[in-house]
Design a protein around this ligand. Structure first.
Ligand SMILES: Cc1cc2nc3c(=O)[nH]c(=O)nc-3n(C[C@H](O)[C@H](O)[C@H](O)COP(=O)(O)OP(=O)(O)OC[C@H]3O[C@@H](n4cnc5c(N)ncnc54)[C@H](O)[C@@H]3O)c2cc1C
Length: 441
């Protein structure tokens, strides 16, 4: 157990690191958080630029965990909007409601295709086997035809690998979001709603949650260093004694790491077996093109999915439809999410090339906005999504086993534990780590 004479160093000022820090400072524990970016929030931060606010991809806040809901409401006070979801898929030149609705599908797609979806859905037999791959899981839940037309292409575009190479774990973790019963029969036969239809959103972007937690930490004496990228971990007798960052050398008694697990290992390790394991653990990266637009909003959705592999982006966000305060009056904006891999051809494209390709793709889908563009910029997110590639557990266990040797190190958060967390789960992890160190678990 920890005492007020022990200092806790937290690597990463995303929502998990901040939540852990918050829990500890409440009990008077000295805390220092070191964050690589110029501001806190990690994947859930909001970038302010010329009076516009851009999240790193749209972030809905929702949870079934009452303690977390109360925590976030307590932090945000009256600054949370409660919104109804508005999202669609651009599919075969039609905008279809998403989550899919049977009547909408029936009205918009050709009858032959519609009946094929229904037939395959009814014949799918999901309960007959335990799927190992993402493909098998989806076919079992939705039927072959919907897999071939939508889930297969979207998944391949998003993850960059065949759905047969992705573990069914990923689909299982997302089951509450994509239950087939909701998808095809929701409005007619079922009152069960697994799809999230309402959610919370701070008026000026999701990053406001992290900013406010950070303020509470600092008010209680906690220290947060932004712009400090950790590059080395100093070990003595199976204990971490300090980290070295571009903002200096930070010593501590306990270390909580929310850094991508592969990065952490790289900063500690020179063991060949462990290095090989880290090569089997990969993250999907993201480029976000943020466009500032003159004049009115161009569409009523909050976001739209694009499974078509010929379109560079897989999702567009329309920040105005999340909150009118995300843009200055009389203006609008778009955030285009492009999945890629750190170092690949897309990741290395210049900002100008990305912009030109996206503007041309936008025109093809009916949004001809070139003349209305006021400015634009891109953000690269190297560790956006942990990839549950088949067999990843073995390498992950090897790495975890190795990191367990360090007696004063605790791993936490989405990239820290290689877990496909949502925001509320990362907050929960952070609070639990805090409780654990305080001996309250
Ligand atoms: C595009 C997108 C959309 C999403 N949408 C939703 C949504 O709608 N709803 C939802 O609930 N969740 C959503 N999520 C998930 C949510 O963003 C995460 O669960 C949550 O933000 C993870 O927080 P974390 O603190 O665990 O990790 P992170 O936010 O990854 O925090 C890790 C921190 O470590 C820092 N760091 C990394 N390397 C170093 C280094 N060397 N030195 C110092 N610091 C370093 C990073 O900058 C980061 O701040 C989405 C995620 C993405 C990518």
């Amino acid at each position: 157990m920890i005492s007020k004479h022990n200092k806790v160093v937290i690597l990463g000022g995303g929502i998990a690191g901040l939540s852990a820090g918050f829990k500890l400072v409440l009990d008077g524990i000295p805390v220092e958080i070191i964050e690589a970016e110029d501001e806190v929030g990690g994947l859930a931060r909001t970038i302010e630029y010329k009076g516009f606010y851009f999240d790193l991809g749209g972030h809905r806040f929702f949870t079934e965990d009452k303690e977390i809901m109360d925590f976030v409401k307590g932090i945000m006070k009256d600054n949370l909007l409660h919104l109804k979801r508005k999202s669609e898929i651009w599919f075969n030149n039609h905008y279809l409601k998403y989550p899919l609705e049977i009547m909408d599908l029936f009205q918009k797609i050709e009858a032959k295709r519609f009946f094929k979806y229904v037939k395959d859905y009814l014949l799918r037999g999901s309960s007959k086997y335990h799927p190992l791959t993402f493909r098998d899981w989806v076919v079992g839940e939705f039927g072959e035809a919907l897999y071939n037309d939508y889930f297969g292409p979207y998944t391949k575009k998003f993850w960059g690998i065949e759905p047969t190479e992705i573990s069914a774990d990923w689909a299982r973790e997302r089951i509450p979001l994509i239950r087939a019963t909701d998808l095809l029969v929701d409005k007619f036969f079922s009152s069960h709603r697994s799809f999230i239809k309402h959610f919370y959103f701070p008026k000026r972007g999701i990053g406001e949650i992290a900013r406010r937690i950070a303020r509470e930490i600092e008010k209680r004496g906690g220290k947060i260093i932004c712009g400090g990228r950790v590059k080395e971990v100093v070990i003595e007798n199976n204990r971490i004694i300090a980290v070295l960052s571009n903002k200096g050398y930070i010593e501590g008694d306990f270390f909580i790491s929310t850094l991508p697990i592969t990065e952490l290992v790289r900063f500690i390790n020179n063991n060949e077996i462990i290095s090989r394991s880290t090569q089997s653990i990969n993250f999907r990266s993201l480029i976000i093109l943020n466009i500032l637009i003159k004049g009115e909003n161009i569409n009523n959705n909050q976001w739209i999915y694009f499974p078509n592999p010929n379109i560079l982006f897989h999702r567009i966000q329309m920040p105005f439809n999340w909150s009118s305060l995300m843009v200055p009056e009389g203006k609008s904006s778009l955030s285009l999410e492009i999945a890629c891999k750190k170092g690949d051809n897309i990741y290395n494209l210049s900002t100008q090339d990305i912009f030109d390709r996206c503007i041309s793709d936008l025109k093809d889908i009916g949004f001809d906005i070139r003349d209305r563009v006021e400015d634009y910029f891109i953000v690269k997110v190297p560790w956006a999504y942990p990839i549950y590639k088949l067999g990843y557990e073995k390498s992950l266990n090897t790495i975890m086993g190795y990191l367990n040797n360090f007696t004063n190190l605790i791993l936490c958060g989405r990239s820290g534990l290689f877990k496909y967390n949502n925001l509320d789960q990362s907050i929960r992890m952070g609070l639990e780590v805090g409780k654990y160190l305080l001996g309250k678990r």
